[in-house]
Design a protein around this ligand. Structure first.
Ligand SMILES: [Zn+2]
Length: 282
């Protein structure tokens, strides 16, 4: 080994240590204590990665169903706001119609009184005054009654509109109920697979330091279950490498770190756990 290569390796070890610190634990001591090799750890992490993907696929499907339910819920809420508005308008119209009714009836009583008074009028002047009052009351009532007819027509329209929205709301509520049943069915039917995957995860985690598992989980949560990234060899000649997760360039030391498999090496940019492909050449 040349001096330059040795220096590179030393720097790589420092990187590995840094990665261990980043992972928040003294992983290396774990390997010394248990005799577990990093190769085995990476293999276990690959297994964990596959399990994580399957879990994420199941959770993703369930979440899509939950999202659909929320879409229905929002549509229902919107329709209920409109229904409430319509119901308030219906109530206001109904009250106005009732008020006019009372008004017309009061005026009718007045009219009857005036008609009686008309027969008892002593002078032409008195007769004319009562007649004017009667005509005004009649005109008022006619106006009020036509207003009432308008209100009744608009009340019918409002009621029909309200009924239509209630029907629409009920249809969405049915779709929501169906989506909820579908979610429950999916959760039930995938329960076995989830517990199988959980067992596999526990099994695969056994050979891995707990802190590495925790780091893996944290990275997986951050990157849609993709905690691992392959080192992309762009040019061996020019020493160009990149993280397969985020495409950011990697230093040679990081690549050497992966090659030596002493500890997990995290991408400095996206934080994914790096590994070399089948060739592993650099
Ligand atoms: Zn990256």
């Amino acid at each position: 080994m040349t001096l330059a290569a040795e220096a590179l390796q030393q720097r790589a070890s420092a990187e590995i240590m840094a990665a261990a610190l980043l992972a928040g634990e003294a992983t290396i001591s774990y390997f010394a204590r248990t005799g577990v090799t990093m190769g085995a750890t990476l293999d276990a992490l690959h297994a964990l990665q596959e399990i994580e993907r399957r879990m994420a696929a199941i959770h993703g499907k369930a979440n899509e169903k939950r999202r659909q339910i929320r879409v229905h819920q929002r549509a229902i809420a919107k329709k209920e706001v409109v229904i409430e508005e319509k119901q308030r308008a219906i109530q206001a119209s109904q009250m106005e119609i009732d008020r006019i009714d009372l008004d017309v009836r009061t005026k009718d009583v007045e009219l009857a009184k005036h008609r009686d008074a008309l027969g008892a009028a002593r002078t032409n002047k008195e007769y004319a005054a009562i007649l004017t009052a009667i005509n005004t009351e009649k005109a008022d009532n006619t106006k009020q009654e036509s207003r009432q007819l308008e209100l009744m027509a608009s009340l019918d329209t409002l009621r029909a509109e309200c009924e239509e929205i209630v029907t629409e709301r009920d249809a969405v509520a049915e779709r929501k109920a169906a989506a909820e049943s579908a979610l429950q069915a999916y959760v039930d039917e995938s329960a076995d697979e989830v517990s199988r995957l959980e067992n596999q995860r526990d099994e695969a985690s056994k050979g891995v330091p707990p802190t590495v598992v925790a780091t893996f989980q944290r990275i997986a949560d951050r990157h849609d279950a993709e905690a691992m990234a392959e080192v992309l060899v762009l040019s061996v000649k020019r020493g160009e490498y990149a993280c397969g997760g985020c495409n950011m360039a990697m230093t040679l030391q990081q690549v050497i770190g992966c090659k030596e498999r002493d500890d997990i090496v995290l991408c400095a940019s996206c934080g994914r756990i790096l590994y070399l492909g089948v060739d592993g050449a650099f």
